[in-house]
Design a protein around this ligand. Structure first.
Ligand code: MLC
Ligand code: AMP
Length: 521
C-alpha cells in the first residue's frame, strides 16, 4: 500500500537537505508518473514521496538518528528508490552496495561504515543477517513486503510521519565506496550540496525539458545510475522507464517511449551487436549519453552511422560526480569527454602539480562545490588526494585543447574498468595469492570486445599442482571472496612473471604481449 500523506520539514528554506530540492518539484507534480517498470507497476511522484516519508519514519522509529549510516544491498526496484530518498529525507547517510558483492565483501563495508541499520532482500537474509550481527549492526530490515523484519511492513504501520530533517550544505548525504590502488575500498563522503550542485548543473547543460522521458537500465548503487540518471530525472520531474538490468531486447522495446538514455559503453556495443537495431528504434530519442569508461571511436562512429545519433560522452568519478561533458548542442567529438561543468575548475598538471600548456598530457585535477568531503575515516588518504590549493587528484591522464576540451588517454594507476565497474588488480591478486597452489599472480586489464577491458590473471603455479587441481583450487577460493565482475575472465598460467631490474612486475609487457587475447577470439 502506498500512503498519500507526507510532511515537510519545519524550516525548509534554511535547510540544505537535497530532499527539499526534490520535494518542491514533487509537491507541484504529485500525479505525474515517476517510475514505470515495463510490464510491472507504475508509481507517481506523489506516491514515491509518501513511501519515502513512511520509510524514513520507520528507520527513525527503529532507532536511526540523523548522521547514522544505513547500508543497503538491494536489487533495483521502486522500494529501493524510495529507500534512497528516505535516507536523504531523514538525514541518514545512505550507503548503497553493489549487489554482486559477496557476504565476505559486505562484512568489510559493515565493519568500516559501522551503520546502525542494514537493509537487504529477504532472499539474501540467511547469508547477510549473520554478517550484520557479527559486525554489530543494531537493526536489519528486508525490503520485500511480508518478509520477516520487512521495512515495507513497518512503513505501513507508521502513524505519525516525521518531517524532512534539516541538513547543512556540507553534511554527508551518501557514502559511496570506491577502491584504491592499495586494494582497500574507501568510502567517498558526498554532501547534500555536492550532489545538488552536480545534478542541477547537468539538468541545465543537458537541457532537460518538459516531456523528457529517461530510459534507465543502469544499476542504482553507483554515481551514474543513482545521481546522474535518477537525480537529474527527479529535478526534471521526468517519467523514468525503470529497467532492472540492461537487456538489449528490453531496451529496444522501451527506446521508442523515451527521449534520453544514459549508458556505459558496453550498452552501446551490445546494441550495435544486434543487427536489427537501428535508427527506427531511436526516433523519439533526443540524447544518448555515455560515460564511466572510455568509448572507442569505432563504437561512436558505428552508432552514428547506424542511428544518426552522436553519443554525448561525459566524464565523471565517484568523488566528483560529473566533471566534463561534450556539449549537447555543440560539436560532440569522438574520443573527447568535453568541457568542465559550470562551477567545476579543471586543470591538467605535471608531476609537481604545475599546470601544463594545452595539448600536453598530464594528470587531471578538479576543484569545485561538487567535490566529495573526503574519505570516511581516512583523513590521511584524503589529504594525499588533494593538493594544497584544494584540487582533487583524479588519477586520470589527459590533455586539454586550446578551448578547454578534454581528451583522456589513460590512468596513473593500473585500475581496470570492466563494463563500467572498477576493478583493482591488487584486490584480485591478494585473493589469488592466498589460493593453495598459487605462487604469485599479476592481474591486468586487456582489451575486451564487450566489457572494454577484461580482467585477466597471470598465475605462477606450484609445480606439484596439475591444471585441474589449480583450477578447482582457484574457483573454490575466488568465488566466495570476490564479486563475479572482478573475477578474471581468463587465467594464463606462466612459469614466471616478467620483472625489471628492480624486481617490479612488468604489467605493461603482459598487456602488450597479450593485447589480442579477447579480440582475436
Ligand atoms: C556482469 N559481469 C561482469 C560485469 N557485469 N563482468 C565484468 N564486468 C562487468 N561490468 C559478469 C556477470 O556476473 C556474468 O558472469 C557475466 O559477467 C556476464 O553477465 P551479463 O549478464 O552479460 O552481465 P550483465 O548483467 O548484462 O551486466 C553487464 C553490464 C553491467 C555492462 C550491463 O555490468 C552494468 O550495468 N554495468 C554498468 C556499471 C555502472 O553503472 N558503472 C557506473 C560506475 S560510476 P558469469 O560468470 O556468471 O557469466 C562511475 C562514474 C561515472 O564510473 O563517470 O559514471
Ligand atoms: P568511479 O571511481 O567508479 O567513479 O570511476 C571513475 C573513473 O571512471 C574515472 O576516474 C575514469 O578513469 C573513468 N571514466 C569515467 N568516465 C569516463 C569516460 N567518459 N572516459 C574514460 N574514462 C572514464
Amino acid at each position: 500500500m502506498i500512503r498519500s500523506d507526507t510532511k515537510r520539514g519545519t524550516s525548509p528554506t534554511l535547510s540544505h537537505n537535497i530532499y527539499e530540492l526534490f520535494a518542491t518539484k514533487f509537491d507541484q507534480f504529485r500525479e505525474h508518473p515517476f517510475l514505470t517498470v515495463p510490464g510491472g507497476p507504475r508509481v507517481s511522484y506523489g506516491e514515491v514521496d509518501a513511501l519515502a516519508a513512511a520509510f524514513a519514519t520507520s528507520l527513525g522509529e527503529a532507532g536511526a538518528e540523523p548522521g547514522d549510516r544505513v547500508v543497503v544491498q538491494v536489487e533495483k526496484s521502486i522500494n529501493a528508490v524510495a529507500l534512497y530518498l528516505a535516507c536523504l529525507r531523514g538525514g541518514f547517510i545512505y550507503i548503497p552496495l553493489n549487489t554482486a558483492y559477496t557476504p565476505e565483501e559486505v562484512g568489510f563495508f559493515l565493519g568500516d561504515a559501522t551503520p546502525s541499520i542494514m537493509v537487504f532482500p529477504s532472499s539474501r537474509a540467511d547469508k547477510l543477517r549473520p554478517v550484520a550481527e557479527l559486525a554489530g549492526v543494531a537493526t536489519t530490515f528486508t525490503l520485500d513486503e511480508d518478509g520477516t523484519g520487512s521495512l515495507v511492513d513497518a512503513a505501513e504501520a507508521v502513524e505519525n510521519i516525521a518531517g524532512v530533517v534539516p541538513r547543512e550544505a556540507d553534511d554527508v548525504a551518501c557514502i559511496l565506496y570506491t577502491s584504491g590502488t592499495t586494494g582497500r575500498s574507501k568510502g567517498a563522503m558526498l554532501t547534500h550540496q555536492g550532489i545538488a550542485v552536480n545534478g542541477t548543473a547537468l539538468h541545465s547543460i543537458w537541457r532537460f525539458r518538459q516531456g523528457d522521458v529517461l530510459l534507465h537500465a543502469l544499476p542504482i548503487f553507483h554515481v551514474h545510475g543513482l545521481f546522474i540518471a535518477l537525480n537529474v530525472a527527479m529535478l526534471n520531474v521526468s517519467e523514468v522507464l525503470f529497467l532492472p538490468t540492461f537487456d538489449v531486447h528490453n531496451v529496444r522495446a522501451q527506446l521508442p517511449h523515451a527521449t534520453v538514455m544514459m549508458g556505459v559503453p558496453t550498452f552501446y556495443t551490445r546494441l550495435l551487436n544486434d543487427p536489427e537495431f537501428g535508427g527506427a528504434d531511436c526516433v523519439t530519442i533526443r540524447m544518448f549519453t555515455s560515460g564511466s569508461a572510455p568509448m572507442t571511436e569505432t563504437v561512436f562512429n558505428q552508432f552514428n552511422e547506424r542511428t544518426g545519433h552522436t553519443i554525448c560522452e561525459r566524464y565523471g568519478m565517484t568523488e566528483c560526480g560529473i566533471i566534463t561533458s561534450n556539449p549537447p548542442e555543440g560539436e560532440r567529438i569522438a574520443g573527447t569527454v568535453g568541457f568542465a561543468l559550470p562551477q567545476m575548475e579543471m586543470r591538467v598538471v605535471d608531476k609537481d602539480d604545475e599546470i601544463l600548456p594545452s595539448g600536453e598530457v598530464g594528470q587531471v585535477q578538479v576543484r569545485g562545490p561538487h567535490l566529495f568531503a573526503g574519505y570516511w575515516q581516512l583523513s590521511h588518504i584524503t589529504a594525499d588526494a588533494l593538493t594544497a590549493d584544494g584540487f582533487f587528484r583524479t588519477g586520470d591522464l589527459g590533455f586539454a585543447d586550446d578551448d578547454g576540451r578534454l581528451t583522456l588517454v589513460g590512468r596513473t594507476s593500473d585500475m581496470i574498468i570492466s563494463g563500467g565497474y572498477n576493478v583493482y588488480p591488487k584486490e584480485v591478486e591478494l585473493a589469488l595469492d592466498q589460493v593453495s597452489g598459487v605462487v604469485e599472480s599479476a592481474v591486468v586489464g586487456l582489451p575486451h570486445p564487450d566489457f572494454g577491458e577484461g580482467v585477466t590473471a597471470f598465475v605462477v603455479v606450484d609445480a606439484s599442482f596439475t591444471d585441474e587441481m589449480i583450477e578447482e583450487s582457484i574457483s573454490k577460493t575466488i568465488e566466495d571472496q570476490v564479486a563475479r565482475f572482478k573475477q578474471p575472465k581468463h587465467y594464463v598460467f606462466v612459469d614466471e612473471l616478467p620483472r625489471n631490474a628492480m624486481g617490479k612486475v612488468q604489467k605493461a609487457q603482459l598487456r602488450a604481449n597479450f593485447a589480442e587475447l579477447y579480440t582475436s577470439e
